[in-house]
Unconditional design. Structure first.
Length: 66
């Protein structure tokens, strides 16, 4: 999901995406620990996605627009 698409979401939608992203990261970490993860890059992209979501959420809360 691109940053532009995230900015168009409502605050509630962003929060649900944050919860989903955190669950995905936990699952990927587990797969990495048991050596079932095909590509460690998936974990990196999931963390970046979560960071984007959290950044845009905080921008909306403070009223900033980037």
């Amino acid at each position: 999901m691109r940053t532009k698409e995230i900015r168009e979401l409502s605050a509630e939608d962003i929060k649900t995406h944050i919860v989903e992203a955190r669950k995905e990261i936990v699952e990927l970490r587990f797969q990495l620990a048991i050596r079932k993860l095909e590509s460690p890059a998936k974990l990196r992209t999931a963390r970046k996605k979560l960071a984007r979501l959290l950044t845009i959420e905080s921008e909306k809360e403070t009223g900033k627009t980037a």
